[in-house]
Structures are given as structure tokens and as C-alpha cells.
Ligand binder design. Structure first.
Ligand code: TRP
Length: 359
């Protein structure tokens, strides 16, 4: 069994909460053991950080923003007055509960990508008629397990099987999923954090997961006034700044680097060509940062690009979905027209997925 597989552990015993791969790692390497730092230096976090900081435009892949503190800060972001997407999407899911139930049908199995704290999931599972199963997928394992346990006790009889992995990479559904129509659930405009190619790859993978005839419910933030967009990613309390800067502390802690986070500041920028809000960390001085043997130089004002949040219009998103094999069933928006929830059906045109069509 390869280590990739171990990283994507299926947590198959909710009562006992077994995280096979991680538990083994923990036993072998206590958290505050200094050798842990060196050992992490051949893992995926290290290679992503070194690779990203070696580029002309330095980058850090956004999935590493979500350690435990990052996940907590992100939950705080969703409650900020400036951050409208969560409220707008929650409003849609609540107002359209009966239409969503009708769309999903009876006995649905919900597969959620980037489950996080699962607040919206509860709304959806509550709306559905006799849901049979729930497969939450998230890279932040602690959060994932808490969410899985909460859903299992909140919906007795629901088959719950969390999957700890990065959902952008290829992975299969866990075995033993109850029969029933599968509905992919991808809220939070997380689709906007993927570039065009990755969004398409993701949508194709979700198609494969729900199988032909399955459905999807996808939350998408809409293009709007740039000032409103930028405020949502640069709040006056500085929570988003703390969230973004937290990745530097994580690199220090887990990879033994010597970033001084106070020498960087958070910035949200609008990229008109990509129709995206970009999050950057701007170096406040000329400086060098060491990670093990390696040194990374920063010019004054140079940035690390940590995340993009692309904004769509309705037809733009529908056409990305169509290319990946999804037919549009419904589009719902909030009362202020800021955010959309798309209901999609996996079309059975197999040729889209590279399989030869039956003669
Ligand atoms: N999916 C969220 C979004 O694009 C993620 C997000 C919100 C985010 N605020 C952020 C990511 C700040 C990085 C920094 O809206």
C-alpha cells in the first residue's frame, strides 16, 4: 500500500476514531521532537513550500493554509460582516430547501468536498428526504472527524464515512457506500480557488464519484463591484490577514524555517484578467528566510501569492460545468444577487470523459 493511499485514510470506525497513517506517524515522531522537523523535510509540505518559493512569482499552495489554527481562523472569516459569501449561500440553501430536496430525490448519498465545519451540510441533510449516506472529504483531519461525528449523532442511521485527503488530487470513493443517488456538494465557492484547468479536472472527478445520473450542488461567488470583493478578503479586524500570515508560522513550526511574520503584510488584489481576488503576503523589507539548508531572498515589496478566489457569472460557470460533463438543472441566487447555487446533473454522454461512445 503506497503512502499516498495511507495519507488518504478512510476513517472507518467513527466510535474509535482511527486515523491509521497519522497515528503511526505520531507514535514515531512526537510533536515537539526536533528530529520531526528534519523528517518533515522530505514530505509534500516541504516540497510544495520549496517549489513555490523558488518561482519568479513566489507562491504557496492554498491547501496549506488550513492547519488547525488556519481552519479556526477560516471559520471566523465566515462570520465577518465583510465576508458575505457564507451568509448569501446559507440564505439560498435555507430558502430553497424544498427545491433542493426535490432535485436530490429520496435516499440520496451526499458527498461533500472540503467539508470544514459542516454548517451548511446540516442545512442540506435536514432538507433532504431520508438521506442514506454522507461522505465528508477534507484535508483538515481534526475538523473532518468532528464534523463526521456531529453528523452521525445529529442524523441517527445515516451512513457516515469521512475521507481525509486533498480533493483536488485523484482518489476513489470509499467502499460500501449505500445505494442511492449520489449528490456531490461543493459549497463555499471553493471552486473559485481552483484555476480553470483544475476546476475542470475537479468537476470531472466529481462526475466519476457520483456516477452517471448523479447530481451536484455547487456554490459559486459572482462577479460584482471590486471594492465589495476586496473588502471580503481584507476585513477591518484583520482576521483574513491573520489567516493568510498563519501559513508562515506553520512553515516555521513544521519545517523549522525562520520567517518573521511581522515582516510581511497581507494584501488582497483584484486580477482583472483572471477575474480573481488574489491573496498575497508582501515583504516589508529586503530579507532572507532559511528553511533548513536553503535560503530564500525577498526584495522589499516582493510578494508570495497564497490564494486566488475566481469570480464567475452564471453562463461562465455553466459552460465550465458543461465541458466537464454536467447539465444545468437549476440556478438559485440570494436576494441581493451576490452568490449562486447551481444544481447540476451528471450527463451520460460518456464521450466527454474520454471513453469511446457505444457503437
Ligand atoms: N473559498 C473561500 C473564498 O474564496 C476561501 C477564502 C475566503 C479565503 N477568505 C479567504 C482564502 C482568505 C484565503 C484567504 O472565498
Amino acid at each position: 500500500m503506497d503512502s499516498q493511499y495511507l495519507r488518504r485514510t478512510y476513517v472507518d470506525d467513527l466510535g474509535g476514531v482511527r486515523l491509521h497513517a497519522r497515528d503511526k506517524e505520531r507514535e514515531a515522531r512526537p510533536m515537539h521532537d526536533l528530529t520531526a522537523t528534519t523528517q518533515e523535510r522530505d514530505g509534500p509540505f516541504f516540497s510544495d513550500v520549496v517549489g513555490g518559493l523558488s518561482r519568479v512569482q513566489k507562491t504557496l499552495p492554498c491547501r496549506w493554509l488550513y492547519d488547525e489554527r488556519g481552519s479556526d481562523l477560516f471559520e471566523a472569516i465566515t462570520r465577518l460582516p465583510e465576508y458575505y459569501p457564507t451568509r448569501a449561500e446559507t440564505e439560498i440553501l435555507a430558502d430553497r430547501a424544498s427545491e433542493i430536496a426535490e432535485f436530490a430525490g429520496e435516499d440520496a448519498v451526499v458527498v461533500e468536498y472540503g467539508a470544514g465545519a459542516g454548517v451548511k451540510t446540516e442545512l442540506v441533510l435536514d432538507s433532504l428526504c431520508a438521506p442514506q449516506g454522507y461522505v465528508p472529504i477534507d484535508i483538515a483531519e481534526e475538523y473532518l472527524l468532528q464534523t463526521a461525528e456531529r453528523m452521525a449523532s445529529r442524523f441517527p442511521g445515516l451512513w457516515v464515512r469521512p475521507v481525509a485527503c486533498d480533493f483536488v488530487q485523484a482518489f476513489d470513493m470509499p467502499p460500501g457506500i449505500p445505494p442511492g443517488r449520489r449528490i456531490g456538494f461543493f459549497p463555499g465557492s471553493t471552486i473559485g480557488n481552483l484555476d480553470r484547468a483544475d476546476a475542470e479536472t475537479f468537476l470531472r472527478q466529481m462526475w466519476r464519484h457520483v456516477e452517471s445520473g448523479g447530481g451536484a450542488i455547487v456554490g459559486v461567488d459572482l462577479l460584482k463591484d471590486v471594492d465589495v470583493l476586496l473588502r471580503a478578503y481584507d476585513d477591518h479586524e484583520g482576521v483574513t490577514a491573520a489567516f493568510n500570515l498563519n501559513i508562515l508560522s506553520r512553515i516555521n513550526r513544521e519545517l523549522g524555517a525562520d520567517f518573521r511574520p511581522e515582516r510581511f503584510r497581507h494584501e488582497a488584489r483584484w486580477n482583472e484578467a483572471d477575474k480573481a481576488v488574489e491573496m498575497h503576503l508582501v515583504s516589508l523589507a529586503e530579507q532572507s528566510v532559511a528553511i533548513g539548508e536553503r535560503a530564500f531572498h525577498f526584495r522589499h515589496g516582493e510578494t508570495i501569492h497564497t490564494e486566488s478566489s475566481r469570480k464567475y457569472d452564471r453562463t461562465g460557470f455553466a459552460s465550465v460545468a458543461a465541458v466537464a460533463g454536467w447539465d444545468l438543472a437549476h440556478v438559485w441566487d440570494d436576494s441581493e444577487g451576490r452568490f449562486c447555487v447551481f444544481a447540476l446533473v451528471a450527463s451520460d454522454d460518456a464521450s466527454i470523459h474520454g471513453f469511446p461512445a457505444a457503437a
